[in-house]
Design a protein around this ligand. Structure first.
Ligand code: MG
Ligand code: MG
Length: 250
């Protein structure tokens, strides 16, 4: 069942969202060649805990990190490690969640490590653009399928593919709530959108095949053809005043 949120709940979620967004921005600013993914994870955990919140991902299903950090062909769920160093030319996806006063925030972004190829840059831009195409459809009376259709159309028009095995989701007291928010779909299909819905819209875009495989570590997901992959996510609320991006920090 979709749990609609009232304005007081959305105000609280804005706090969880702000902490999430700040932690992500902090990690993004620290991205450079030579640091480990564990270092980024530490920065994120420290910021979240300093704010009196707790990392949503830490211990989730046994996940050992505070953030998911995935490099290049890794799509999502990469485990932070003191043995994994960022290298010039990498793209790194950082996915963060913070739990604060009963609610979660969830946000991800893809960062360049130093100079990256024009192809990688375009993939990052297209992924972000596709998120905003999806957001345009997040309005009362539309359907979940309108969001996914808008995202996938923009992605495929640029020659890329959306990952289908993993999807966006409702966010609230639980990190993953109903409804599922696929990055594909048919316009006019799926659950109807209404004021009070809070969802994570999170296009995962592969340069090559949409197929993914899971590493034997039980977490890391990578593109089946090892092509580059990008991720962009915000927790967004549909209110009387329109859409609010709860995890966006300026
Ligand atoms: Mg996320
Ligand atoms: Mg999510």
């Amino acid at each position: 069942m979709i749990q609609l949120k009232n304005s007081e709940q959305i105000a609280l979620m804005k706090e969880a969202g702000r902490i999430t967004g700040e932690a992500l921005a902090l990690a993004g600013e620290a991205v450079r060649a030579g640091i480990t993914t564990k270092h980024l994870d530490d920065l994120i955990r420290h910021h979240i805990e300093k704010c009196g919140a707790r990392p949503s991902f830490l211990g989730y299903g046994g996940f050992p990190g505070s953030a998911c950090i995935s490099i290049n062909e890794q799509v999502i769920h990469g485990i932070p490690s003191q043995n994994v160093y960022l290298q010039e030319g990498d793209i790194v996806k950082i996915d963060v969640g913070a739990y604060y006063r009963g609610f979660h925030g969830d946000s991800a972004n893809t960062f360049a490590v130093g100079n990256i190829t024009p192809e990688a840059k375009k993939l990052i831009e297209t992924t972000k653009e596709s998120f905003f195409r999806g957001i345009e459809q997040f309005k009362a009376g539309n359907r979940i399928g309108d969001i996914g259709h808008a995202i996938e159309s923009h992605v495929t028009a640029n020659g890329y593919n959306v990952v289908k095995r993993y999807v966006g989701h409702g966010v609230g007291h639980e990190l993953h709530e109903s409804p599922e928010v696929p990055n594909y779909g048919r316009a006019g299909r799926g659950p109807r959108l209404s004021v009070g819905m809070v969802i994570a819209i999170e296009p995962m875009v592969n340069m090559g095949t949409s197929d993914v495989i899971e590493l034997s570590d039980g977490w890391t997901v990578l593109s089946a053809d090892r092509s580059l992959s990008c991720h962009y996510e915000h927790t967004v609320a549909l209110t009387e005043n329109g859409v609010e991006l709860l995890t966006l920090v300026e």
